[in-house]
Design a protein. Structure first.
Length: 324
């Protein structure tokens, strides 16, 4: 029996590489497409000898032609951390527009299902709390974060246009803060920043007074939700994230506790347009997918800390953060 084939753009990135693992374990052949701007070969090197895995180094903002049949296309290519998309603003906009267009075109040509990795950033600095899929957001299109926020909002609009106009079978996942092994150490996100600062005995950098809130989902939970969405009949956006909300200051204190670090907390000015609150309403995911997160924060963070220490984890191929 032939295995179904999945194409994952951004497949060498943090989330994309975990999806490669999951789809291979579910009986798929996987074509991983990545230009390695922010993705890393070390995230997928444990798969290179797998006959059902193929890596294609390619910039999805250019047309992609594949000879084989394709059953699903999962578009995860994009700089996704504040540091990345502030340093790569044009690339971020191009992969959200041209990259999404090309990925949708590939799905159309192959008669494949399409899944877009969108983000909680489509809600901007929200005026509604928690954020449900019906909320349209509060985004500054000309602010420094607008390159990522608007790229993803455009990608959602284009995905729905293909769904409505061409009848393409599409899915949209809005991903909230996710953490776990294979995160890049210096990408500007709060989880790797705090862990590395704590392990090095450096001050933990908290922006503002630390009262802004975040909700953290372990990567295995997120991938489970994405896989359920892929296999479902839900064509409208679905939030996937952990609704447990905590302040950034509380999170810093949790990292200090788990690392047993004696680091202090250093306060810095809040970045422009930084969201003050962030918490997913996952009612739709519970109802439509039967999904909710199950990994305890302490357990997930302990696994992530082991990764940053270079110690063995339960994630295959999760190399220390310093790996090339």
């Amino acid at each position: 029996m032939n295995r179904p084939t999945a194409v994952i753009t951004g497949g060498a990135g943090f989330l994309g590489s975990h999806l490669c693992d999951r789809l291979l374990s579910e009986g798929y052949s996987v074509v991983c497409v990545d230009n390695l701007i922010t993705g890393r070969l070390s995230n997928i090197e444990h798969l290179t000898d797998n006959p059902d895995f193929d890596f294609v180094r390619h910039d999805i903002t250019r047309d992609l032609h594949l000879d084989q049949d394709v059953d699903c296309v999962l578009h995860f290519a994009s700089p996704a951390s504040p540091r990345d998309y502030l340093e790569l603003p044009i690339q971020t906009l191009k992969v959200g527009s041209l990259g999404t267009h090309n990925s949708l075109g590939l799905a159309m040509a192959k008669g494949a299902r399409f899944l877009l990795a969108s983000t909680s950033e489509t809600y901007g600095d929200p005026l509604v709390h928690p954020q449900s899929e019906e909320y349209w957001g509060n985004v500054n299109p000309v602010g420094p974060r607008g390159v990522y926020d608007e790229a993803k909002r455009f990608a959602e609009a284009m995905t729905m246009a293909y769904h409505r106009y061409h009848g393409l079978d599409t899915r949209i996942v809005r991903i909230f803060n996710t953490y776990g092994p294979r995160m890049r150490g210096h990408d500007g996100r709060v989880v790797p920043s705090f862990i590395q600062q704590a392990l090095a005995g450096e001050p933990l950098t908290v922006f503002g007074d630390g009262s802004q809130t975040r909700s953290f989902c372990y990567v295995a939970d997120l991938v489970e939700g994405i896989f359920r969405l892929l296999k479902s009949d839900v064509t409208t956006p679905v939030n996937i994230g952990n609704p447990r909300e905590m302040t950034v200051l509380q999170f810093a204190e949790k990292i200090l506790e788990l690392t047993e670090s004696e680091s202090v907390i250093a306060y810095r000015d809040l970045p422009v347009d930084d969201p003050k609150i962030r918490q997913p309403d996952i009612t739709k995911a519970r109802r439509e997918l039967g999904w909710e997160p199950s990994v305890d924060l302490d357990a997930g963070l302990s696994e992530t800390i082991r990764y940053f220490k270079g110690e063995p984890t339960s994630i295959p191929g999760a190399h220390p953060v310093g790996a090339p």
